[in-house]
Design a binder for this molecule. Structure first.
Ligand code: B12
Ligand code: SF4
Ligand code: SF4
Length: 230
C-alpha cells in the first residue's frame, strides 16, 4: 500500500502519540545554511516531558533525577527508532542528531559540531529559547528531553517561533548557583555566549558538583522556570 506524503505525516504523528511522545513538530531548518540542512531541510522535533515531581526534588534527590534522565534518554531512543523505521520504509533519507554528549573539557565544547536540537524545536514551533538558553515549551517549560531527526521528506512544517516569552522573568538567572546565565532575552541570531556561559556551566558541573556532594547534574535552571508548572 502506498501513502501520500500527508498520510505518511499523519501515520508518523499518530504512531508517536500512541507510543507516548509529549510533543512532536515539523520544522523548516533550511534557514540554517549548512550542507546537512541542504540535504535534509525538514526537522522532526520530538519532546518527552520530565516528571514534575522528580525535577521539583532534584536538589534533595539527585539520584532520582539522574535515574529518570537515563530512563527518558532510553525512551527518546525508542521514539527516534520509530521515526527512523517509518522513514526507511517509505524510502526517505534522514540524519539523527545525538541526544546527549558528555563534554569532558573546553576544547571538546569549543570544537563540538552537532546540530542543535533547540534550533529544530524553535523552527518547528514547539517553543522559544529562554534566558537559560534552553527550549521553553508552553506546556512543560524547559522540563523536556529533545530528540531530532532531519530528513529529505518534505512534510508540512509548523510556524517557527522567533520571539521569546520570558519578558521580565529572571528566575533561572537567580537559580543558577554559578551566575552563568546573563539575563538576556533571546531572539534568533543571538549567539549562545550572549545568553549564558556554557564553559562555566560545564566546568562547574564537572568540577564543583562532586565537591558539593552532587554527583551527576545541576539543572537548577530547568527546575526554576515557572512556565508549564501545574
Ligand atoms: C553540548 C551540550 C551542552 C553543553 C553546552 C550547552 C549549550 N547550550 O550549548 C553543556 C555541557 C554546558 C550543557 C549543559 C546542559 N544541558 Co545540554 N546539550 C548539549 C548538546 C549535546 C549539544 C548542544 C550544542 O552543541 N549546542 C551548540 C549551541 C551553539 O547551540 P545551543 O546553545 O544548543 O542552541 C542554540 C541554537 O539552538 C539557537 N537557536 C534556537 N533557535 C534557532 C533558530 C535559528 C534559525 C538559528 C540560526 C539558531 C537558533 O539558540 C540556542 C541557544 O543559544 C545538546 C543536544 C543537542 N543535540 O542539541 C544538549 C541539550 C541542549 N542539553 C540539555 C540539557 C537539559 C542540559 C542541562 C540542563 C543538563 C543538566 N542536567 O545539568 C544543562 C543546561 C545548561 C543550559 N542552561 O543550557 C537539553 C536541553 C533541553 C531543553 N529544554 O532545551 C539538550 C537539548 C539535550 C536533550 N536531548 O534534550 N549541554
Ligand atoms: S545547568 Fe546549572 S550551572 Fe548550568 S546554567 Fe543551568 S543552573 Fe547554571
Ligand atoms: S525561568 Fe523565566 S527567564 Fe528563565 S527561561 Fe523560564 S520564563 Fe524564561
Amino acid at each position: 500500500m502506498t501513502f501520500t506524503l500527508g498520510e505518511q505525516q499523519k501515520i508518523l504523528m499518530g504512531t508517536l502519540k500512541e507510543n507516548g511522545v509529549s510533543l512532536v513538530g515539523f520544522g523548516d531548518v533550511s534557514v540554517v545554511k549548512i550542507e546537512l540542512t541542504e540535504n535534509f531541510p525538514v526537522a522532526i522535533s520530538l519532546a518527552v516531558k520530565y516528571s514534575e515531581k522528580v525535577v521539583e526534588n532534584l536538589h534533595t534527590n539527585e539520584e532520582a533525577y539522574h535515574k529518570h534522565d537515563i530512563e527518558l534518554e532510553a525512551f527518546m531512543k525508542q521514539l527516534i527508532n520509530i521515526v527512523e523505521n517509518l522513514l526507511s520504509k517509505w524510502d526517505y533519507q534522514y540524519a539523527t542528531i545525538p541526544t546527549s554528549i558528555l563534554i569532558k573539557d573546553d576544547r571538546q565544547l569549543r570544537e563540538l559540531k552537532v546540530f542543535p536540537s533547540k534550533t529544530a524545536a524553535t523552527c518547528a514551533g514547539l517553543g522559544w529559547i529562554g534566558k537559560n538558553a534552553l527550549l521553553v515549551t508552553p506546556q512543560y517549560g524547559p522540563r523536556i528531553k529533545l530528540g531530532t531527526i532531519l530528513t529529505n521528506a518534505r512534510f508540512e512544517v509548523g510556524e517557527a517561533i522567533i520571539k521569546d516569552r520570558c519578558r521580565e522573568c529572571n528566575l533561572c538567572v537567580e537559580a543558577c548557583p554559578y551566575g552563568a546565565i546573563h539575563n538576556v532575552n533571546w531572539k534568533p541570531g543571538i549567539g549562545r555566549e550572549a545568553l549564558f556561559d556554557a564553559y562555566l556551566c560545564n566546568k562547574m558541573r564537572l568540577n564543583h558538583i562532586p565537591i558539593l556532594g552532587r554527583k551527576y547534574e545541576c539543572a537548577m535552571c530547568i527546575q526554576a522556570c515557572k512556565v508549564g508548572k501545574k
